[in-house]
Design a protein around this ligand. Structure first.
Ligand SMILES: NC(=O)c1ccc[n+]([C@@H]2O[C@H](COP(=O)([O-])OP(=O)(O)OC[C@H]3O[C@@H](n4cnc5c(N)ncnc54)[C@H](OP(=O)(O)O)[C@@H]3O)[C@@H](O)[C@H]2O)c1
Length: 331
């Protein structure tokens, strides 16, 4: 199919800053897939905090590499065209993918994805449920398996895990995945989400605005072997007394002070550590997560759905930082 002359609706911005108010709704040419790319008709896109952090210039000078930039990366859709080197997909296939921050392109009717980061989406998994998975699900998976060594088949010794910001995009997947392993999960969230986070499988839940919650103190008195730290702004001095002898904090949002803690704990051979995490998107892990959703072992909880014509509302909602689960945009 020749798509080059066709136009699509997209949302883009022309420079750093400005939040949702800087969005421009434009008609641009539907891109043509190169060698190993697939062209998707987008059915759902999920937002991640990294999307608006890029707009804020927090990753400059690396990202975005050029303006105008169509933000968002986590997309589910249908393949409509493929590059000449694509082997595993054809027009009509339902898929989920992550586009990569350099390229962006998720807030549009069509998007180009790399075949290597694209996985098939079975009919049991809706586009919105699949679109939630890439960055948030892969981060939760990587933190638990690579960083914490949890085996998601339930084998392995029992570990005590603390998950902060457990109601958010990453946290809500992390709680569910952690409970597939041999774990005791303590989780923190806002008061309105205590029952929700319990329903995801957490063994105990703390309201982060209470004194015990702010102190990360386990109600049952356990010390944490691993903290999957999805919140921000909690100092090492708050984690330290709650960690087991070899306890590790896996920090998803490393700051200057947390990087200093990381280095100083290494240099002093401390057994308690803070470890920064940067997600690496792996095709096989995304496939694993999609299949867990298909099998009913993992669910995407949707905070809200917004049409592409009102992508500003989704963006503002993500920037507020109070999502319960994933924020979805649909063309
Ligand atoms: N390093 C990486 O590769 C990587 C990958 C993915 C994400 N991240 C980062 O990880 C963080 C979480 O991402 P996300 O997608 O889960 O964000 P999110 O969905 O926007 O998280 C929102 C949730 O966080 C809760 N929350 C905020 N502060 C909290 C606190 N102190 N204690 C407990 N809950 C708190 C909010 O609860 P209330 O509404 O009740 O306040 C809300 O439910 C972001 O900073 C993101 O950039 C990093």
């Amino acid at each position: 199919m020749k798509m080059a002359a066709k136009l699509m609706h997209a949302v883009q911005y022309d420079g750093y800053g400005g939040g949702a108010a800087a969005f421009k709704h434009v008609e641009v040419t539907v891109p043509t897939p190169k060698q190993n790319e697939v062209l998707l008709k987008v059915e759902a896109t999920s937002l991640n905090p990294i999307d608006w952090k890029i707009q804020k210039g927090m990753l400059r000078p690396l990202l975005p590499c050029k303006f105008p930039y169509i933000p968002a990366t986590d997309v589910a859709g249908e393949v409509v065209d493929v590059g000449p080197g694509v082997k595993n997909f054809k027009a009509g296939d339902k898929v989920v993918t992550t586009l990569g921050q350099q390229a962006g392109g998720g807030l549009a009717e069509y998007a180009l994805a790399k075949e290597s980061l694209t996985v098939a989406r079975p009919p049991e998994v809706s586009a919105a449920d699949a679109a939630g998975l890439p960055i948030a699900g892969l981060t939760a998976h990587q933190a638990l398996t690579d960083s914490a060594g949890i085996k998601l088949d339930g084998s392995g010794k029992k570990e005590n895990i603390l998950i902060t910001a457990a109601a958010g995009g990453v946290g809500h997947y992390a709680v569910q995945l952690a409970k597939l392993g041999n774990t005791h999960v303590t989780a923190t969230c806002g008061a309105r989400n205590l029952d929700f986070v319990r329903s995801l499988g957490a063994d105990e839940v703390l309201d982060y605005k209470t004194p015990d919650g702010a102190a990360l103190k386990s109600p049952s008195g356990v010390k944490y072997d691993y903290v999957i730290h999805c919140a921000t702004g909690i100092p090492w001095s708050t984690f330290e007394p709650n960690l087991s002898a070899n306890g590790k904090v896996i920090d998803l949002t490393p700051s200057g002070s947390s990087l200093l803690t990381f280095v100083s704990k290494m240099l002093t051979f401390s057994k308690k550590r803070l470890v920064p995490l940067f997600v690496t998107s792996k095709h096989q892990n995304l496939d694993f997560l999609v299949n867990l959703v298909k099998d009913g072992k993992l669910k995407t909880v949707i905070d809200s759905k917004h049409p592409l014509s009102k992508a500003e509302d989704a963006w503002a909602k993500s920037m507020e930082g109070h999502a319960t689960g994933k924020i979805i945009v649909e063309p």
